[in-house]
Design a binder for this molecule. Structure first.
Ligand code: ADP
Ligand code: MG
Length: 767
C-alpha cells in the first residue's frame, strides 16, 4: 500500500487521468499493448507508474520501467513520483547514461530510452520488467521508435514463454496511427485510451507582420505589453536555444526588477573567485552608468533598441544546448538588481526564470514553485516546455514559432544547427500550455498566413538523421535485414544504405560477394552480416567511428589514451565558448585576457612535433590529462576555459568505456589513471593511425596551389564527400599548420564549411 500525504492526495485527485485509472488498468489487463493519449499536464508520466505499482506490477521481484527521451525528464519525474508516493529514491529511481540511483530495492525505474536499448542487448527478453512504459512517444525520437519496434517482438516472445510483458505507449497527441495502423508492427491494433483533459479555451492572437530576424526583441516587447496591461497569470515564452533564453531573461529582469536583491544562485565556491571579482567591478561600472542616464518617460518607451544584434550572434554560436552552459549560469546572480541598459519599470516585479534541458535540476525545479508574493511568473523556455514538463499557473503563452534542430545532410553527414519553423501541431501544443488552469491567451509572433503554410506535423527523427549507430546496434541484436525491421516509420532507404556502407568500410559488417552486393545495391536492400569486430564495437556506448578506434587500440598500450580521446569527442564542447560579445569595455578586456590565456594553454597541450600532428585530439587529451592531474577542480576549469560539467561527464564516460573494454578484453586490466603520463612518441604515432582508421571516411586534402580555382579556395581542403571547399576551424591548433592531409571529427556549416576536431595523417595510411 502507498501512504501519500493528504495534500498530495488532493493534488492528485485534480488530475484528469485519475478518472481514467480504471479504464487504463482494464485495458492493460486485457491487452498486451495499450496506448494512452492525454494532453500535457493531464498526469500521464507521474500517475501511470503509480497505477501500475498499486495494481501489483512491482510485486515479487518485478520492476516497472519507464523510458523518457530526455535525461531531464527521467531525473525530474523519478523525484516527483518518489515524493508523491512517499517512497525513497532507492525504490523510485532513475538511470541515465552517466548516472543513476537504482538499487536492489528499485521498483519503479525511470530511464532514458538509450539505457533500455542497451539492456535489451544484455537480455533480449527483458525478464526483470513486468511492464514497460514508453513515454513521450509523440516526440518520435529514434530510440523510442526503435524500442517500439523491438518491444512489439519482445512482447510476443514473452507471451510464448508465459512470462507476459505489458507495454504502454504514452503520447501527448492523438496522432498515433503510425502505431495503431501499422500491421507489421502490431498485427492486432492496440486499444487507445484517451484522457479528456480539462483544457480551457485559449484565444490565439496572430501578429500582423512576421519578424524574420529579431523575434527575441519581439518576444521582449510582447511580454512587456502583457505584463503592463493584462490581469494576473503566468507568462510562458518559447524561444529556440539557451543563449536566446538567457538574453531575454536578462532584458526582462532589467526592465522589471525585484525590489530586493535576489539571493545569489548557487552556493559559494561554484563561481570562481576571479569571476566574482570581475562581476563586482562590472556591477559598479553599470551602477555608475545608470546613475548618469537621463530620466525617460516610461509610458512612451516601448521600443528598446539597446543590445539587439547581440542575441542573434549569441544564438548563432549557441550549439544547441551545449556550448555556453557554465558561464551563462554565472551571469544570473547579479542581473536582477543592477540596472544595466534597460530602464527599470515601476510596475509589478516579474519573476523571470529560464528553462532548458541543460539547466541544473535545482534551477529547473524553481519553475514548479509558486512565484514570490506580489510578482508575476515569467518562464522563458526552449521547447522542453512544449510537452515534457508542465509549468503550473500559465495563462499567457508567447510563441516565437521557431525551434532549433540539429540538421544533418544525409549524404555528407555534415551537421548544422538550424532555427526553423515549428509544425502546426507543435504550435498548438505550445498554445495549449496557456489553458491548463483557466482560459488563456497565446500570442504567436507570426501571421496567420505563415501558420497555414507550416507543415502539419514534425517529421519523426528517424527520417532526419544518420542511422549508422542504430544499424550497428540492430545487427548486434541479430537483426540482419534492417530493412525488414518493423519501424513505426522506416528511415529513408538511402540513409540505411549509407549506414551499411560506412559500417562495411569500418569492418563492422561483412561485405557480401560482389555479385550479391550489386544486386542488393540495385534493390536498395543491403543485408550484411556483422563481424566479430562489429560485435566488439557494438558493446561500446559510442558512435561506430569511435568504437572502431577503441577496438583497434589494444596492442600498443594506447587504450587509455584512445578511451580519453573518444570520451572527450563524444561528450563534445569541452571548451567554453569565449567568442561572445562583451557587455562593456571592462568585460571586453577581461574576455580578451582570458582568450589569450586559454589559447596559450591549448598550444601547450598540443605540444610540438609528433604531438602537434595529432592536432585537436591531442588538445583534448592534454586538457583532460592536465585537468585530472590537477584534481578536476572548478577553479582549474574556469582558469583554462574548460566546461566543468563536460569534464565530469568525460570522467564518467572514461570509467564506463574502461569497464566496457575490460569486459571484452580482461587481460588488458585497464583502470582510469588520474595521473596518466603523456603518450610516448611511438604511442602518438599509433594514436594517429588509430584516429585515421576510425575517421577514414572523413579525410580531407589540402588544395594545392596549382588547383587554386579562385580566392575562395585559399587554404581550403577538398573532401570526397563535398563539392565545396572546407576549412580548418580557426579554433583548431592546426589552423596555421595546414597539413597536407587531415581527418576531421565533423564538418559544421556556419559562415563556411568548417572542419572541427582535426588531426594530421600521413598519405601511406590512407586506404
Ligand atoms: P503529463 O505526463 O500528462 O504531461 P505529468 O504527470 O507530467 O503530466 O504532470 C501532472 C501534473 O503534475 C502537472 O500538473 C504538473 O504541473 C505536476 N507536476 C509534475 N512534476 C512536478 C514537480 N516536480 N513539482 C510539482 N508539480 C509537478
Ligand atoms: Mg509527461
Amino acid at each position: 500500500p502507498v501512504h501519500r500525504s493528504p495534500e498530495m492526495q488532493e493534488e492528485r485527485l485534480r488530475l484528469p487521468i485519475l478518472s481514467e485509472e480504471q479504464a487504463i488498468m482494464e485495458a492493460v489487463a486485457e491487452h498486451p499493448v495499450v496506448i494512452v493519449c492525454g494532453e500535457t499536464g493531464s498526469g500521464k508520466t507521474t500517475q501511470v507508474p503509480q497505477f501500475l505499482y498499486e495494481a501489483g506490477f512491482a510485486s515479487d521481484g518485478g520492476i516497472i520501467g519507464v523510458t523518457e527521451p530526455r535525461r531531464v525528464a527521467a531525473v525530474a519525474m523519478s523525484q516527483r513520483v518518489a515524493k508523491e508516493m512517499n517512497l525513497s529514491s532507492r525504490v523510485v529511481s532513475y538511470q541515465i547514461r552517466y548516472e543513476g540511483n537504482v538499487t536492489e530495492e528499485t521498483k519503479i525505474k525511470f530511464m532514458t530510452d538509450g539505457v533500455l536499448l542497451k539492456e535489451i542487448q544484455k537480455d533480449f527478453l527483458l525478464r526483470r520488467y513486468k511492464v514497460l512504459v514508453l513515454d513521450e512517444a509523440h516526440e518520435r525520437s529514434v530510440y523510442t521508435d526503435i524500442l517500439i519496434g523491438l518491444l512489439s517482438r519482445i512482447v510476443a516472445l514473452r507471451a510464448k514463454r508465459l512470462l507476459p510483458l505489458k507495454l504502454l505507449i504514452m503520447s501527448a497527441t492523438l496522432r498515433v496511427q503510425d502505431f495503431t495502423q501499422n500491421r507489421r508492427l502490431f498485427p492486432t491494433p492496440p486499444p487507445v485510451v484517451k484522457v479528456e483533459a480539462r483544457q480551457f479555451p485559449v484565444t490565439v492572437h496572430f501578429n500582423k507582420r512576421t519578424p524574420l530576424e529579431d523575434y527575441g526583441g519581439e518576444c521582449f516587447r510582447k511580454v512587456c505589453k502583457i505584463h503592463r496591461a493584462l490581469p494576473a497569470g503566468g507568462i510562458l515564452v518559447f524561444l529556440t536555444g539557451q543563449a536566446e533564453v538567457h538574453a531575454l531573461c536578462r532584458r526582462l529582469r532589467r526592465a522589471f526588477p525585484h525590489a530586493r536583491r535576489r539571493p545569489p544562485d548557487g552556493g559559494p565556491g561554484d563561481a570562481p573567485a576571479e569571476t566574482r571579482r570581475f562581476k563586482k567591478a562590472r556591477a559598479r561600472a553599470r551602477k555608475a552608468q545608470a546613475a548618469a542616464l537621463p530620466q525617460i518617460s516610461l509610458d512612451s518607451y516601448s521600443v528598446l533598441p539597446a543590445g539587439e544584434g547581440d542575441e542573434d550572434r549569441e544564438a548563432e554560436m549557441d550549439d544547441e544546448e551545449a556550448a555556453l552552459g557554465s558561464d551563462l549560469d554565472l551571469d544570473l546572480g547579479d542581473d536582477g538588481a543592477d540596472g544595466g541598459e534597460e530602464p527599470p519599470d515601476a510596475s509589478l516585479p516579474l519573476h523571470v526564470l529560464p528553462l532548458y534541458s541543460l539547466l541544473p535540476p535545482e534551477k529547473q525545479a524553481q519553475v514548479f514553485r509558486p512565484p514570490p508574493e506580489g510578482t508575476r511568473l515569467c518562464v522563458v523556455a526552449t521547447n522542453v516546455a512544449e510537452t515534457s514538463l508542465t509549468i503550473p499557473g500559465v495563462k499567457y503563452v508567447v510563441d516565437c514559432g521557431r525551434v532549433k534542430r540539429r540538421h544533418y545532410d544525409r549524404v555528407t553527414g555534415v551537421s548544422s544547427f538550424r532555427v526553423s519553423w515549428v509544425s502546426q501541431a507543435a504550435a498548438d501544443q505550445r498554445a495549449g500550455r496557456a489553458g491548463r488552469t483557466e482560459p488563456g491567451h497565446c500570442y504567436r509572433l507570426y501571421s496567420s498566413a505563415v501558420f497555414s503554410d507550416l507543415e502539419p506535423f514534425p517529421p519523426p527523427e528517424m527520417a532526419r538523421r544518420p542511422v549508422e549507430d542504430l544499424v550497428l546496434q540492430m545487427k548486434a541484436l541479430g537483426i540482419e535485414r534492417v530493412v525488414n525491421f518493423p519501424f513505426p516509420t522506416p528511415p529513408p532507404a538511402e540513409a540505411l544504405l549509407a549506414a551499411e556502407e560506412l559500417l562495411v568500410a569500418l569492418g563492422a559488417l561483412q561485405a557480401p560477394p560482389k555479385a550479391e552486393r550489386m544486386k542488393q545495391l540495385r534493390t536498395a536492400r543491403l543485408s550484411c552480416p556483422i563481424t566479430a569486430l562489429g560485435r566488439t564495437m557494438a558493446t561500446f556506448p559510442v558512435a561506430p567511428r569511435y568504437a572502431k578506434m577503441l577496438a583497434l587500440s589494444r596492442p600498443d598500450g594506447c587504450l587509455p589514451y584512445a578511451i580519453t580521446i573518444v570520451a572527450a569527442m563524444t561528450v563534445r564542447e569541452l571548451f567554453e565558448e569565449l567568442d561572445r560579445p562583451a557587455a562593456s569595455d571592462e568585460e571586453l578586456a577581461a574576455l580578451t585576457a582570458r582568450r589569450a590565456r586559454v589559447a596559450q594553454a591549448r598550444r601547450a597541450w598540443a605540444g610540438r612535433g609528433a604531438a602537434l600532428k595529432l592536432g585537436d585530439l591531442m588538445v583534448l587529451l592534454g586538457a583532460v590529462g592536465a585537468c585530472e592531474y590537477a584534481g578536476c577542480s572548478p577553479q582549474f576549469c574556469a582558469a583554462h576555459g574548460l566546461r566543468y560539467k563536460a569534464v565530469l561527464e568525460i570522467r564518467r564516460l572514461r570509467g564506463q568505456l574502461t569497464t566496457a573494454v575490460n569486459a571484452v578484453c580482461p587481460e588488458a586490466g585497464l583502470f582510469v589513471d588520474p595521473k596518466m603520463p603523456p603518450p610516448s612518441e611511438h604511442q602518438l604515432t599509433c594514436l594517429r593511425q588509430i584516429v585515421a582508421a576510425g575517421l577514414g571516411d572523413h579525410l580531407a586534402r589540402r588544395v594545392q596551389s596549382e588547383d587554386l580555382l579562385d580566392d575562395t579556395w585559399r587554404n581550403a581542403y577538398k573532401t570526397p564527400l563535398l563539392d565545396q571547399p572546407v576549412f580548418i576551424h580557426p579554433s583548431s591548433v592546426l589552423f596555421r599548420e595546414l597539413p597536407d592531409f587531415v581527418v576531421y571529427q565533423e564538418v559544421v556549416e556556419t559562415t563556411k564549411m568548417y572542419m572541427k576536431g582535426v588531426s594530421a595523417v600521413e598519405v601511406q595510411w590512407i586506404p
